[in-house]
Design a protein around this ligand. Structure first.
Ligand code: ZN
Length: 136
């Protein structure tokens, strides 16, 4: 597998509006979309930095994955997402190499992407997301 690029970096925040004061007000980035992903109990805000996105993640519930993450570790980098092609095939490939999968099959993520997470236990402690643009 050779990732095409870093598709996005996911950053856990307590409050998107507050965080945008830094990302927009200081760094001068522009949030182009805020989207809720109900099955992940999360609200996401997107900004482009060149070809890479920043994805701010705010929990909509204390028992959601981001709520738990912030409770344990505080705000900060939550995951890195690599763009790949043929995601289902890539998952088989890394599983064969002994990587523990959180998602055995691709599922639908924000921005219409197909996504799957690899367990940080087997990815150098960084929660890793593989994602694929839907073919049009
Ligand atoms: Zn992500």
């Amino acid at each position: 597998m050779i990732p095409e690029k870093i598709e996005h970096i996911g950053i856990a925040v307590k409050n998107i509006e507050e965080s945008l004061k830094y990302y927009e007000g200081v760094l001068g980035l522009k949030c182009y979309k805020i989207e809720e992903v109900p099955d992940q109990k999360v609200k996401t805000a997107f900004m482009m930095v060149g070809e890479t996105k920043l994805e701010l993640l705010e929990s909509t519930s204390d028992d959601g994955p981001i709520g738990k993450f912030i409770e344990k570790k505080g705000e900060g980098i939550h995951h890195i997402a690599f763009a790949v092609t043929d995601l289902a095939e890539r998952l088989r490939e890394v599983e064969e190499k002994g990587i523990q999968l959180i998602d055995k099959v691709p599922r639908k993520g924000a921005e219409g992407l197909s996504i799957a997470f690899l367990h940080p236990k087997s990815t150098q402690s960084i929660l890793t997301e593989l994602c694929e643009k839907p073919k049009d």
